[in-house]
Unconditional design. Structure first.
Length: 440
């Protein structure tokens, strides 16, 4: 475990590094978000080839999309610019003027954002009267997945025709992303908005993640707990919850059904994660025991307060100028991890039985990480314990982990440098999946 803020090489590359995405824009006011999406995908290391319908050009210019993607934007099937089979204009390979064929060859996905109601209807019927729909029809289905980000008025979205189309498109193997809810450009409020660029980006990264936890139900605790002294004061700690939230995101990307029990933190909920907010250790225990019944993996990353005030006052403790200081006494909080790990299913998980609950503990230490982590793993009764240095990680974006099981010790990142919690969470999820027999 050495100095922090040092990135490993694999972290420096973006999360879409090496991916070639064809970004299609159909007509809709949400086209402005496609500009941001294009930029975000490029920033994550993807090459992006933009194709726009004539309708899209009423909302967004080709010049803007060309500048953001760094590539010529195509809009017509009659465009006679030679384009080669990996989508680069005048690049290597045999070029011809068939953009509807060549633009998708070698692509990792076509993303249509915004995808209008009309464009979905066209895709459904296999119509091909302009370049974008023609290109979708002509794509090699087995190699180039099609992902749609619908964008429309709430009535259009709710219309049975649209809902029928969505269901049929999904049956045809097309991925239809969720829609957002809220104020619409037309002034109405409801479902049908296109997701924000960062949400589509997150869905795209998830789309490409190997589904190593498919079928698993993962329960995670994260963040600090808050132990009330009176209605306005309490005791907590510096845990930010970032590690647990990052694990929840990585687990959902790996195909798991994820429940995140969060102490008081202000982090956004990762997409697709079910979040249960709690305050005290006792609340966290109740929620954890309840959801552990349905889980197959339990990851306890929360920094649970070890003690709570013995009596929480019903009313604010007053100073009232008396000069006396309140005397607090404490009682020990329940150990959530030990309670669950030492339940019948937890014990089965420890001995590797298929219907057991696989429990993963964390250890926040300030010294002797390896020895403390090994001792804590045995004391809690878990097959895997993840050690980290508490004062160095609380509130930070970077961390370094030590994975300790009955026989082995493994550093993450591998060569002892610190790495982002995002990267570490992905590695930890892959490690857990491999332990359960599903290597990524
Ligand atoms: N934990 C828990 N409930 C508690 C205390 C800890 O579930 N009341 C869990 C944490 O989420 C973590 C692991 O137990 O997964 C270890 O937590 P840590 O604070 O490092 O250790 P403690 O058990 O509190 O032991 P100590 O204070 O002696 O280091």
């Amino acid at each position: 475990m050495t100095a922090f803020n040092v990135r490993t090489k694999s972290e420096l590359t973006g999360e879409l590094s090496g991916k070639h995405i064809v970004l299609g824009l159909s007509g809709g006011i949400a086209a402005y978000k496609a500009a941001e999406l294009c930029r975000a995908m490029v920033k994550e290391g993807a090459t992006v080839q933009v194709v726009m319908t004539e309708a899209a050009e009423h909302f967004m210019t080709k010049v803007t999309m060309q500048a953001l993607s760094g590539r010529q934007v195509f809009g017509s099937q009659w465009d006679d610019t030679p384009v080669n089979v990996v989508g680069s204009v005048n690049g290597e390979g045999i070029a011809n003027n068939m953009p509807h064929i060549n633009l998708t060859r070698g692509a990792d996905a076509i993303v249509i954002a915004p995808c209008s109601a009309d464009f979905m209807a066209k895709l459904l019927h296999g119509r091909a009267d302009e370049l974008l729909s023609l290109m979708c029809l002509a794509r090699p289905i087995a190699e180039v997945p099609l992902i749609l980000a619908p964008a429309m008025n709430r009535e259009m979205w709710a219309n049975p025709a649209t809902q029928r189309n969505v269901a049929q498109l999904k049956q045809d193997g097309i991925t239809v992303l969720e829609v957002g809810e809220g104020d619409q450009a037309c002034g109405e409020v409801g479902d049908g908005r296109m997701l924000e660029a960062d949400e589509i980006l997150a869905d795209l990264i998830a789309f490409f993640t190997p589904k190593s936890l498919l079928g698993q139900k993962v329960l995670i605790t994260a963040g600090p707990t808050y132990e009330a002294i009176d209605p306005v004061r309490g005791i907590t700690n510096l845990s930010s919850g970032k590690m647990g939230f990052a694990i929840a995101r990585a687990a959902v990307e790996a195909g798991a059904d994820v429940t995140l029990i969060a102490g008081p933190v202000s982090l956004p909920t990762p997409r697709g994660v079910k979040r249960v907010d709690v305050k005290s250790a006792q609340n966290m225990l109740l929620a954890s025991v309840k959801y552990a019944n349905y889980a197959t993996i339990f990851i306890a990353s929360a920094a649970v307060a070890d003690w709570r005030p013995a009596n929480s006052a019903d009313h604010k403790l007053k100073k009232e100028g008396s000069g006396t200081v309140p005397q607090l006494s404490f009682v020990e909080n329940p150990d959530i991890l030990a309670t669950i790990a030492q339940s019948e299913r937890g014990k089965k998980g420890l001995s590797g039985m298929p219907d057991g609950l696989f429990c993963v503990g964390f250890a926040a230490e300030s010294q002797d990480l390896l020895a403390n982590a090994q001792a804590k793993r045995i004391r809690k009764g878990v097959p895997l314990l993840v050690g980290n240095i508490g004062p160095a990680t609380f509130g930070q974006d970077d961390n370094a982990l030590l994975l300790v099981d009955a026989k082995t010790v493994k550093e993450l990142p591998e060569h002892g440098h610190a790495a982002s919690k995002r990267y570490l969470a992905q590695q930890l999820v892959a490690d857990i999946a491999a332990r359960l027999g599903h290597p990524a």
